[in-house]
Design a protein. Structure first.
Length: 332
């Protein structure tokens, strides 16, 4: 019998491999990705008339109202053009920080993802019922603020994050949601290049800087005190550093779904990305090199683009945001 030539075997293996690839590939994920998403998570456009919303936890019901939602945002959310919604959790008195952010990492001019409306950055601000005239002017001028009536305080951060998830899920479902604090700079174009084009929205995943080992504080005087009834393990499940993490639409849905099973723990990142995520089967994918916490160290050591950084945290002053953005805005 004649032995097939090497060339024949190579062609045969290549063909077989192509057939396997074609049949294992989920075509429903590519072209109609937004339609599929909208079918799974139908949008409910925000309306002025909306009454209070309620978030139900195991030990309490939390009521809040969205007092203002940018008009263009409703259209954009319904358009199916958005891949990433960025919710910046910001304080009512931080107008200067927001101005700096609008001039740096939220400026549509250098950032293609913002120019083409595949990413949108909005600020979530509390204390809405007593909004100053200055803030009202800012809101009217910039059309990028979602205003809620919740008191804007440290102890309410956990509710503010729950509201960010709620808003994304109910009023603006997108393949990805970035929850981010106002002391972080973020490059939306690099995100789109590295993650955004993959559309893993139907997997429950959070991308972030993962904290692998940390223990609950059992000292009642501590700001981070957690009782045994709230969480009774020795170590928290792995969780995401709070300043910036990206959730897929399915992760957002899974977390909201599980809220009623949990007593509120006022440590926002541990609560959502650790405890509830572990129970809901939401994966936390560590991207330590891409989410940075120490901007000064970074500016002096990182010079190449081998692991392009997405977000840099701990920017307390406006100059720090500008200085970091110069670095983060480079093309990689
Ligand atoms: C708000 O309520 C008023 C009166 O109930 C109604 O006429 C109007 O159409 C409502 N607007 C929206 C956007 O639902
Ligand atoms: C969505 O994208 C389409 C095609 O690029 C464009 O025609 C449309 O104006 C966009 N809609 C919005 C609300 O950005
Ligand atoms: C709890 O913390 C307080 C203040 O931080 C400290 O004075 C106290 O000794 C701590 N108690 C225990 C049991 O560690």
């Amino acid at each position: 019998m004649k032995v097939p030539s090497k060339g024949f075997i190579a062609i045969f293996v290549t063909l077989l491999w192509s057939v396997i690839l074609i049949f294992s590939y989920d075509f429903t994920l590519t072209a109609p990705v937004h339609e599929k998403l909208q079918r799974r998570f139908p949008i409910r456009p925000w309306s002025h008339n909306a009454t209070a919303e309620t978030l139900i936890f195991k030990d309490e019901s939390f009521k809040f109202r969205i007092l203002h939602f940018p008009e263009d945002l409703t259209t954009l959310c319904a358009s199916g053009n958005l891949t990433l919604l960025v919710v910046v959790q910001s304080g009512p008195a931080s107008g200067d920080i927001r101005k700096t952010i609008r001039e740096t990492w939220a400026a549509p001019d250098p950032i293609n993802a913002l120019k083409t409306n595949s990413a949108k950055i909005v600020f979530l601000i509390g204390d809405g019922e007593s909004a100053s005239t200055e803030l009202q002017t800012e809101i009217a001028r910039n059309k990028d603020v979602i205003l809620i009536d919740t008191e804007d305080s440290y102890k309410n951060l956990v509710y503010k994050t729950a509201i960010s998830l709620f808003i994304s899920h109910t009023h603006c479902p997108t393949p990805y949601l970035l929850k981010i604090d106002q002391d972080v700079a973020f490059n939306a174009d690099r995100f789109m290049q590295q993650i955004g084009s993959a559309f893993w929205h139907d997997q429950a995943t959070i991308y972030c800087k993962v904290r692998y080992v940390s223990m609950p504080w059992r000292n009642k005087t501590s700001r981070w005190y957690v009782s045994e009834s709230q969480f009774d393990g020795w170590f928290y499940p792995r969780y995401c550093a709070g300043p910036a993490y990206v959730l897929t639409a399915t992760a957002v849905h899974s977390l909201l779904d599980k809220l009623p099973d949990f007593e509120v723990i006022k440590i926002e990142d541990v609560f959502f990305t650790g405890i509830i995520s572990a129970a809901a089967g939401v994966k936390r994918v560590g991207m330590q090199g891409r989410f940075k916490t120490e901007y000064k160290a970074l500016l002096f050591t990182e010079t190449d683009c081998s692991t392009p950084i997405l977000a840099v945290h701990n920017l307390k002053k406006e100059e720090e945001i500008r200085e970091t953005w110069k670095y983060l805005a480079r093309e990689c």
